[in-house]
Design a protein around this ligand. Structure first.
Ligand code: CAA
Length: 283
């Protein structure tokens, strides 16, 4: 099936990034969010991020202007009903995602594919809360979406071959590369990345190194663009904790126990960059 119009639920960091790359690749994009402020800020955020690409010379000014015209913020979830595909990119909380599916599904055309950008919640479990498990799958983008090349594609138990092929085609048209992951706790990237971040938090807690030493060691010692603690702040410490909890609960191995220091920071509201305080102080 051909996908022309895509709905995005959530105008936060991931939702706006997904809307950005869809619009640049020629899709008509409808974005909704329960927060009027987030919705109002969306065109500005996307324009600013596209401007970075224009400055770097990876996108032309004309392509940016055309893409921005294809982007439509809408306060109404019901308008997403006529999209060929809807990508849910709301907060990483299962109850929030399920409430969205319950409100959205009655408006969806029977052919519409429903995808979730969840970073760790089981796809089959989410699919079972919709009317279309065969037209449901995980399409997991990396942050920042306009910059990162990878998209993880995850089938639920009932996902049809046609649905999966349509998602593969979409990823290709976005100019990104898909990695296929099994519906298993935290999929591939977060299964491997988050234990490293959690271990960095343990190393900090145990005094193996300070924040700067740990990040410098990993940045310069293993050629990573960001050190693990800087990356944790970038992802959000609440998201890191929630993914570690999914790994610990889902795999039942003590090696996935969330670091107490990570938990303390989350309890303090030190959630990383978005809270202007995490392992680093951004104030
Ligand atoms: N759109 C949106 N944001 C953009 C952007 C664009 N077109 N181009 C750059 N950025 C952002 C960066 O995140 C950063 O944000 P701030 O403005 O808040 O500082 C800033 O712009 C820096 O931009 P630069 O042009 O200087 O970019 P850089 O060359 O320093 O690279 C980076 C920045 C690409 C983020 C690089 O540091 C990097 O690759 N870091 C690792 C990112 C990573 O590992 N992401 C995956 C996280 S895991 C995940 O996403 C899965 C999950 O479920 C948790």
């Amino acid at each position: 099936m051909e996908i022309r119009r895509v709905g995005v639920v959530g105008a936060g960091q991931m939702g706006s990034g997904i809307a950005h790359v869809l619009a640049l690749s020629g899709y008509e994009v409808l974005v909704t969010d329960t927060s009027p402020e987030a919705l109002a800020a969306l065109p500005r955020t996307v324009a600013r991020n596209m401007d970075r690409q224009v400055t770097k010379g990876t996108v032309s000014g004309a392509d940016r202007d055309a893409a921005l015209k294809r982007l439509r913020p809408t306060p109404s979830l019901s308008l997403l009903g006529q999209c060929d595909m809807v990508i849910e990119a709301a907060t990483e909380r299962e109850a929030v995602k399920i409430a969205i599916f319950e409100s959205l599904v009655p408006h969806l055309a029977p052919r519409t594919i429903l995808a979730t950008n969840t970073s760790s919640i089981p796809i089959t479990r989410l699919a079972a809360r919709t009317d279309r498990p065969e037209r449901f799958l995980g399409v997991h983008f990396m942050n920042p979406v306009p910059v990162m090349q990878l998209v993880e594609l995850i089938r639920g138990l009932a996902t049809s071959d046609e649905t999966f092929a349509a998602a593969e085609e979409l990823v290709k048209r976005l100019g990104k590369t898909a990695a296929v992951a099994r519906d298993y706790p935290a999929f591939i990237v977060n299964r491997i990345l988050l234990p490293m971040i959690n271990e960095a938090a343990f190393a900090l807690m145990e005094g193996v190194g300070d924040v700067v030493s740990i990040d410098t060691a990993m940045k310069l010692g293993t050629n990573q663009p960001m050190g693990p603690l800087e990356l944790a702040d970038f992802i959000g410490l609440d998201t890191c904790l929630s993914i570690m909890t999914v790994l610990h609960d889902g795999l039942g191995d003590s090696k996935y126990r969330p670091c107490p220091l990570l938990r303390t920071y989350v309890e303090a509201g030190w959630l990383g960059r978005k809270a202007k305080r995490g392992f680093y102080d951004y104030r």
